[in-house]
Design a protein. Structure first.
Ligand code: DX5
Ligand code: ZN
Length: 229
């Protein structure tokens, strides 16, 4: 995975058909997804449960792009090796998930993955000030984590501040929650380059009607790049 600041659209398979992940992943990639975003929830750090490392390992052979695994779990450290074994390219932990995020990010890199740190809406940009040299991606949550389909919370001030703090380091800023063609340009203008989108990508489509995924992805990308489709 090389670093670039081009806009990347990362559909969240939280909005996919849970009985058909393999085909759903193939469909979104064929329709132009840049990364595949995998939301892991534990029913403890967030009030919802999804899947664990065995399921993520089963997704891996279907992902030809980048498997971006967003852990909404606490604790994290005991599971890092399992997600490395599952084939995660990027592994993101929440700064709020425990007292030792510094150690967690070191351990993620030591296990051979890119290390991401996610910030809930209530967490300030400054919380990552001492983590920048351990981090490959900062995920700015624009909803409270746990569910797809929630309303976008404006965090553009935080994104701008993070882009200043990052300077010329090769760190992605990812936006997660309520991204659609209306909100995408706001966060990109503020400095984001990876856009997670669940409902806005999957709405209206299916594996038997995948062209809709493509239209949705192109719509978000065009809006993010300041173009009309
Ligand atoms: C929320 C997840 C998101 C979610 C985004 O806790 O981290 O990735 O799937 O869904 P939308 O795009 O529907 O807000
Ligand atoms: Zn997510």
């Amino acid at each position: 995975m090389s670093f670039d600041r081009k806009i990347k659209i990362a559909p969240s398979i939280l909005s996919a058909d849970f009985a058909n992940f393999g085909q759903e992943i193939q469909a979104i990639e064929a329709q132009g997804a840049d990364w595949v975003h995998v939301d892991v929830m534990d029913g403890h750090f967030v009030p919802n449960l999804t899947f664990g490392p065995q399921a993520v390992k089963a997704f891996r052979p279907h992902v030809k792009t980048v498997m971006d695994v967003h852990l909404m779990i606490s604790p994290v450290d005991a599971y890092i090796d399992a997600y490395a074994d599952a084939g995660a390219d990027v592994l993101t932990a929440h700064i709020e998930a425990g007292p030792h995020i510094h150690r967690t990010l070191q351990a993620i890199r030591a296990a051979g993955m890119k290390a991401g740190v996610a910030l809930n809406p209530g967490t300030p940009a400054e919380a990552v000030a001492h983590l920048l040299d351990l981090t490959d991606l900062i995920c700015v949550m624009t909803v409270n984590p746990g569910f797809g389909g929630q309303k976008f919370i404006d965090m553009t001030g935080k994104v701008r501040r993070l882009r200043q703090m990052i300077g010329d380091r090769p760190i992605h800023i990812e936006i997660d929650g309520g991204v659609d063609p209306k909100t995408a340009p706001l966060v990109v203008e503020a400095g984001a380059d990876v856009l997670v989108a669940g409902s806005a990508v999957f709405k209206g489509g299916s594996v038997s009607n995948p062209e809709v995924y493509g239209e949705n992805i192109r719509g978000i990308r065009a809006a993010a790049e300041g173009r009309w489709v």
